[in-house]
Design a protein around this ligand. Structure first.
Ligand code: NDP
Length: 281
């Protein structure tokens, strides 16, 4: 039976520590602030934005939600971001994705100042990660590494397999695992013999977006299985891993809900605090 890596418990501990750090920062005259830009009224995005606001409030961060019309022209959205770039009350800026189709995500993200890009999606920060330089690391991959390290999962020299090659999860988590000296394989929809790759993995990260995709026969006994997926099935949230079957084979497993998702928000708070400290210096 696998050890359950509880994002809920780890994030609760982080929240206590972050609240203490925010209080200390305020005593030194630093009031960390996060702006979340929400374009349109996508119901899932609204829930995510609300949860981010609650997380800010819990640790004492100043938070501002900038709600913009779904039809906003790109130039106006960029103007709004530039105003936040220049706003001394704001240390971190997050543009909630996905954006409406008429907006070019890459151009919009590139308009955020890299030092305020607390999502770590700016090309500057992605490039820093790729070249092993210090920068803002994307929240979900950062949270995954935090969970693995907290649990003491051995990484150096181990086989890591990441299923998914998105810019926000698959690629950055693969770079972070490489940085910890794992031997990394990235799989995707065109990968041949996917099961064989997965069965070699000491660390298996599933970031696909397909419910129960990773089955027990794809998992090496004792492996650390990280389930990034968030899928809604019959009104319930489930991951990309067949949790019930895989938990009896894996050495470590993250649940959904209560796993990686919780850490993503914690790491957003962490990135905002770090950004505020850097900007204060
Ligand atoms: P994307 O849709 O951007 O990427 C999915 C990846 O999975 C792609 O690289 C795709 O391959 C690959 N894939 C799809 N089908 C298969 C298949 N049959 N075999 C192998 N690979 C396949 O998703 P994201 O990376 O943005 O997100 C992945 C999941 O994680 C989603 O469920 C999302 O909701 C969740 N998520 C959770 C977060 C959290 O905080 N817990 C944060 C971010 C995302 P290809 O490139 O070839 O198309």
């Amino acid at each position: 039976m696998a050890e359950i890596l509880s994002g809920k418990l780890m994030s609760e501990e982080l929240t206590r520590d972050q609240a203490r750090r925010v209080a200390e920062m305020k005593e030194q005259g630093i009031h960390p602030g996060l702006a979340v830009v929400l374009v349109g009224e996508d119901p899932a995005s609204q829930i995510y934005v609300r949860n981010k606001g609650i997380a800010c409030e819990t640790i004492g961060l100043y938070s501002r939600t900038v709600k913009l019309d779904k039809d906003i022209p790109q130039a106006e959205l960029i103007k709004a971001i530039q105003a936040l770039n220049e706003d001394p009350l704001i240390h971190g800026i997050l543009v909630q994705l996905p954006l409406p189709k008429h907006l070019d995500e890459e151009v919009v993200l590139a308009s955020i100042l890299p030092e305020k890009d607390v999502d770590g999606f700016h090309i500057d920060n992605a490039g820093r990660l790729f070249t092993g330089q210090e920068g803002v690391v994307a929240c979900t991959p950062k949270g995954i590494m935090y969970m693995l390290k907290q649990a003491g999962v051995p990484l150096a020299g181990k086989e890591a397999v990441v299923i998914g090659r998105s810019n926000i999860v698959g690629k950055p988590v693969a770079m972070l695992l490489l940085g910890e000296h794992c031997t990394v394989t990235i799989c995707h929809s065109r990968t041949q013999n996917l099961k064989d790759h997965c069965r070699r993995a000491d660390i298996l990260v599933a970031a696909i977006g397909k419910p129960h995709f990773v089955t027990a026969d794809m998992v090496k006994p004792g492996a650390a299985v990280v389930d990034v997926g968030i899928n809604r099935v019959d009104g319930k949230v489930v991951g990309d891993v067949d949790y019930e079957a895989v938990k009896d084979i894996a050495g470590y497993i993250t649940p959904v809900p209560g796993g990686v998702g919780k850490m993503t928000i914690s790491m957003l708070m962490e990135n905002t605090l770090e950004a505020a400290c850097r900007q204060a210096r």
